[in-house]
Design a protein around this ligand. Sequence first.
Ligand code: SF4
Ligand code: SF4
Length: 352
Amino acid sequence: MIKQIRTWQIAAKKAGSALGHMVLLEWRVPHLYDAAVGVKDRILGRSIRVEACSMCQLRCQKCSTAKGINRDGVVGWGSLPFESYRRLLDENPEIRLVELSNWGEIFLNPEIVDIIRYSHRKGVRLKAGNGVNLNLLTEQMAEALVRYGFHHLSVSLDGASQQTYHEYRRRGSFEKVIRNIGRINKYKRRLGSALPKLSWQFVIFGHNEHEILLARHMAEELGMTFRPKLNHSPHYSPVRDVERVRRESGLAVASRDEFVARTHRPYSFACTQMWDSPQINWDGKLLGCCVNKFGDFGNVFEEGLVPALKGWKYTYAKGMLTGTRPPDPEIPCFHCKVFQKIQRLRSERRGG
Ligand code: SF4
Ligand code: SF4
């Protein structure tokens, strides 16, 4: 039954993303999407994304945080101050869901327990669906996750042994992560709670494809949902046994290109976040989506959330994405590969 519910949730999420892609980029009726998000916000409350910490202690092979690209750029290197977060929730009581993870590791924020506790007090659901490496988790943090009903943690574990895990997750310890999952499970048992829901995110590479089944089995034993994911960088450790990956992952495809060719939809599409779950950086910069590291659209901690979302630059970016405004290099999206791809597709459709 749980497996079935999970399958429906994934299907609903994919359908939502595909619908957003179609309404915004193909039908080009942003007002329809705005209206749908408005109804959703009124019924379920507003969703936002706030980076709890952009710093990370690991050095994963293809990560821009590990390479230092983010540290020197718009995202920077720091953690969300509790006071700014508290004010954001107080000033915007319609916020009901916050995604805390993006470029860094949320548990490196020294005030993460305060953030979790205060969110619970305000009735705000928290999740870390983008991922946590979970190499660091104190007893106090583990207890807070359970006691204050943190909703979902996606744990990045690309392997079922230290040797395989460490191949990509440099400086990471497989043993520590498993121990920290056990720590959360201990409090779940002690406090009789099903939260946080835990998922094991396994990015499939050539060097770990032989451990998919073992990882799936370990995830089940730890009470986690197993979530295989296709590699973002096709030239880094590409899949070797395509048939095996298609079969054992349960995804029926072995690469993102194959996914797109089979389904005619993007594997992931972050642009809809500009409408339904805007990304805010740890220092308050409005980034719009979790991909944007090219520039900001103002500062939510200085201007307030709603005025920042109504700012000309943000509104213009939405127009650019839906093709109702011409491309402008002043707008961060102009420098994003996703936008360049959208432009290419539009031009091909016009026969240009
Ligand atoms: S754990 Fe995540 S943020 Fe940290 S280096 Fe690895 S991929 Fe980057
Ligand atoms: S074009 Fe890029 S930066 Fe702009 S919303 Fe889409 S994914 Fe984000």
